[in-house]
Design a protein around this ligand. Structure first.
Ligand code: IMP
Length: 428
């Protein structure tokens, strides 16, 4: 029996989709546990590139059951589009299961998301506009609509009418706030519900049963630890719990089931949206990383902010997630960097610390303290084992491993499934 959580150890976009897809061929089930279509998990195989937003990244392995857990907020319209697109690329939708208790994102959630961002002006969060925050607000306020409600016209009608009435009152002062015809909306949602019905089930029960049968389960986090609603750089965070704890509440699996927590980090660091980012580069080096790493959002297309790897933030992520395995992605992006910097501490008000500050004000003042290492200045193309890596890239990896105290078991040297080194120490 093996239950492993895969989490982003930075601000998202660490390459989780690729790693989940890679391990997915050995997994019986791959499960998303939080977030929604704000995620963009990019998979590249057999010359094809595909971005998944809601469907778990195991869908292109024919024997893997892909579960959308109760903690996810599901945009049913987007999900149907995604099922169609994945089917065209050879995936079988029969592998999909959707939790009947997951909440849904409806068009008014996206309207609210966009209107609130506009109203925030300069202090906007930089959300993806996918309605994530408003859907979780309704969930916590106990007025949300769950997947099971799409199959019950009476319940759905009552809930949608109430939500539209409340939204109309709350946003009456907002210029150009869209109005929706409730009858049309309910009809369209019911149609979605009918199409999704074959996949809807009690996923917590399915997961318990699978666990007891000794199946291999991968829990796929979206976003990253520093975007966590509780542990991230609040308020510049997403509205869910991407950290490993969220994998329990978002699936119904108990904490005692999880044996392995695999953190994913890039060999450098990126962030989309607003909020502090101590190692951000505003110079040519940052631009070089952005271009070589194709650092543009896979959901919104926005250019990502780029900077050096930050071990203060990674140590914090390792602690709050209980990380006992580490994957480093996009190592090849640093191939042409004559010097590589690693942030090992922050200087805040003249005092050096390696503790990630929980205060946003302190983090905004943090000046990175760097260790500089020589780059390897050669291509990592085609390297398929640790012992073939250039010595200087190994020095870089060993330094990170030692500082974090977490074993690096996977190194990714390119976007394709094949461009991955799995250390001998890796246990499926
Ligand atoms: P939301 O999740 O759309 O509400 O956006 C909140 C913050 O999380 C914004 O800074 C987004 O840019 C960021 N964010 C949301 N999803 C992702 C992701 O998949 N990768 C990276 N950043 C994300």
């Amino acid at each position: 029996m093996s239950v492993r959580v895969i989490i982003g150890a930075q601000w998202g976009d660490e390459g989780k989709g690729k790693i989940v897809d890679l391990l997915g061929n050995r997994a019986d089930l791959v499960v998303r546990y939080q977030g929604g279509a704000n995620a963009g998990h990019t998979l590249k195989f057999e010359g094809k590139t595909h971005v998944l937003h809601l469907i778990p990244s195991g869908i292109f392995h024919p024997n893997t059951i892909c579960v959308i857990g109760n903690g996810v907020v599901v945009d049913p319209f987007k999900l149907l589009e995604e099922i169609d697109a994945a089917e065209k690329l050879g995936a079988d939708p029969a592998q999909l299961r959707i939790s009947s208790t997951a909440h849904v994102i409806l068009p008014y959630h996206k309207d609210i998301d966009k209107a609130k961002e506009k109203a925030r002006g300069d202090s906007k969060i930089g959300t993806t506009g996918r309605g994530i925050g408003p859907a979780y607000i309704h969930k916590i306020a106990r007025t949300g609509i769950r997947i099971m409600d799409l199959l019950d016209e009476n319940v759905l009608t009552k809930k949608v009418e109430a939500a539209l009435a409340e939204t109309k009152t709350n946003f009456s002062e907002f210029k150009d706030f869209p109005e929706h015809d409730s009858k049309n909306m309910i009809r369209e949602i019911m149609e979605c519900g009918k199409k999704l019905e074959p996949y809807i089930c009690d996923t917590a029960h399915l997961l318990h049963k699978s666990m007891n049968e000794g199946k291999t389960i991968l829990l796929e986090g979206a976003q990253g630890a520093l975007l966590d609603i509780d542990h991230g750089t609040y308020p510049f965070v997403t509205s869910s719990s991407p950290t490993s704890g969220g994998a329990c509440t978002g699936t119904g699996l108990p904490p005692t089931a999880i044996k392995r927590v695999l953190g994913i980090t890039k060999a450098y660091c990126t962030r989309v949206g607003n909020g502090p980012f101590p190692t951000e580069l505003h110079n040519e080096e940052g631009e070089k990383i952005r271009q070589k790493g194709h650092e543009f959002g896979s959901t919104t297309g926005r250019p990502r902010r780029c900077g050096w790897i930050d071990l203060v933030a990674l140590k914090y992520a390792a602690r709050i997630n209980g990380m006992n395995e580490l994957a480093i992605t996009k190592l090849d992006v640093l191939d042409e960097m004559p010097e590589i910097r690693i942030c090992t501490a922050y200087k805040i008000d003249g005092v050096e610390t390696d503790v990630f500050p929980v205060s946003l004000k302190a983090l905004e003042k943090a000046e990175p303290v760097y260790v500089t290492m020589p780059g390897w200045m050669s291509s990592l193309d085609g390297i398929d084992s640790v012992d073939k890596l250039p010595a200087k890239s190994l020095d870089f990896l060993h330094f990170i491993q030692k500082e974090l105290g977490v074993n690096i078991s996977i190194v990714s040297t390119g976007p394709d499934r094949a461009e991955t080194i799995l250390d001998k120490s890796f246990v499926y």
